[in-house]
Design a protein around this ligand. Structure first.
Ligand code: UDX
Length: 431
């Protein structure tokens, strides 16, 4: 393995500087880890196919692909093996876990992450684990998946619990990141009653736990609390424009009441709370079939299918990359800011423009990999969903002044990495 070449990707930030680490030291909490260490956890196929016959050339090529984006981290990779002759798979365990920081007990936090096996949760878990904290993940796996955190199972600092937050849960902990709730419009509308129940009961149970243990509590709220906004961009003191009986209400109103409950516990019981209003976020581990625009567009373009723009494509969104969001969540948790804080990127696109950008980036990656298809994918138009917000862009002044946080990733860089992630998934046949 050691002789295999590993191609490293150069990722430049908004100022043209190379990104080699994510996170920072702030409010006495160090959240910095190397980007290569994080990438080794997601930017690769999970298993390799080993040809049963032949000269071994195929094996080498597959192992090279496997190691391509995991510079110096190959030793930590599980390499489950797909046997093409019998269409079966042998799961291997990790020979070693990635190295995590050895923190003195006084700095080590016991952190509970609800929804920790979801898209956002799993990235937060990777970061907290690499930083040396003790992490417990609660997830009911409705939209989350065990595979997003399976690389930590067995680690002494890690615990994975299948549990639905609508039921009470007791544990001793110092910090609670309460992320559990379906977040993609098709998922949260799939069972509206359950979404409202999760938002209310889940938050109620976790606030009760925070009250009992005196843990600091952070809730992932959403830009959807602003509904279809009449103020643009949206600052935190805008009260929003939400249809309380429409198909999106289960999520929008669910998160609004979750915020109400959070501040109720804060005022009445002195619970130490943090509220993050998260704007559209994308990145590796986003379920490719969850129906949100970034995953839909990339998967469609990679498969050579038509890209589906809803409505006339003039509605806008502002997209942030997952690592920026995790930086923001950790900064907020460890700051003294108890007011709601928007965490998002203010680079705003119409969805029509965004479709073209995704197509261009998919083509760029395909060209670099020497597999550009002959036919260009088409952009087609479909009906707009009910109550789809017409515009959305965060006013991030508060995050900047209060947390010293600003997004670093350009949309282009983040998209490129996400395209590579889905390509790796395709390579292993799981997409
Ligand atoms: O294939 C698609 C999917 C979506 N879209 C459009 O793209 C825009 C963004 O849609 P998404 O489903 O990705 O996300 P939305 O902005 O509607 O909701 C999101 O808001 C913020 C978060 O809290 C949630 O993750 C999610 O609810 C919408 O205008 C939608 O109509 C398309 O044009 N084509």
């Amino acid at each position: 393995m050691s002789s295999l070449k590993t191609a490293s990707i150069r990722t430049l930030d908004k100022n043209g500087r190379e990104i080699t680490t994510v996170g920072f030291e702030r409010f006495g909490f160090d959240s910095e880890v190397s980007l290569d260490a994080l990438r080794s956890l997601y930017l690769r196929p999970h298993y390799v196919t080993v040809a049963s016959k032949g000269d071994g050339e195929d094996d080498i090529q597959q192992l090279e692909q496997h190691a391509k984006f995991t510079k110096d981290a190959a030793a930590y990779q599980s390499k489950s093996i797909y046997h093409s002759d019998s269409h079966s798979i042998s799961y291997t365990t990790l020979s070693r876990f990635p190295p995590v920081k050895l923190l003195p007990p006084s700095n080590r936090k016991r952190v509970l992450v609800t929804g920790g096996a979801g898209f956002v949760g799993s990235h937060l878990v990777d970061r907290l684990m690499l930083l040396g904290h003790e992490v417990t993940v609660l997830d009911n796996f409705f939209t989350g998946s065990k595979t997003t955190v399976s690389h930590w199972v067995g680690h002494p600092n890690f615990e994975l619990v299948r549990h639905d937050v609508v039921e009470p849960f007791m544990i001793e902990c110092d910090q609670i990141y309460h992320l559990a709730c379906p977040a993609s419009p098709p998922h949260y509308q799939f069972n509206a009653v359950k979404t409202v129940k999760t938002s209310f009961m889940g938050t109620y149970n976790m606030l009760g736990l925070a009250k009992r243990t005196k843990a600091r509590f952070l809730i992932s709220s959403t830009s959807e609390v602003y509904g279809d906004p009449e103020v643009h961009p949206q600052p935190e003191d805008y009260w929003g424009h939400v249809n309380p009986i429409g198909p999106r209400a289960c999520y929008d109103e669910g998160k609004r009441v979750a915020e109400t409950l959070t501040y109720g516990y804060h005022r009445q019981d002195g619970v130490d709370v943090r509220v993050a209003r998260i704007f559209n976020t994308y990145g590796p581990r986003m379920n490719p079939f969850d129906g949100r625009v970034v995953s839909n567009f990339i998967v469609q373009a990679l498969r050579g299918e038509d890209m589906t723009v809803y409505g006339d494509g003039k509605q806008t969104r502002s997209f942030q990359y997952i690592h920026d969001l995790v930086d923001g969540l950790i900064a907020l948790m460890n700051s003294d800011e108890t007011r709601p804080v928007n965490i998002g990127n203010s680079d705003e696109f119409t969805i029509g423009e965004f479709a073209e950008l995704v197509r261009e980036i998919v083509e760029k990656v395909q060209k670099e990999d020497g597999d550009l298809p002959t036919r260009r994918v088409q952009i087609v138009y479909k009906p707009i969903p009910t109550d789809d917000p017409q515009k959305r862009r965060p006013d991030t002044t508060r995050a900047k002044t209060s947390l010293g946080w600003q997004p670093k990733w350009t949309v282009r860089m983040g998209l490129e990495e996400m395209v590579r992630y889905y390509k790796a998934k395709m390579l292993e046949g799981s997409l």
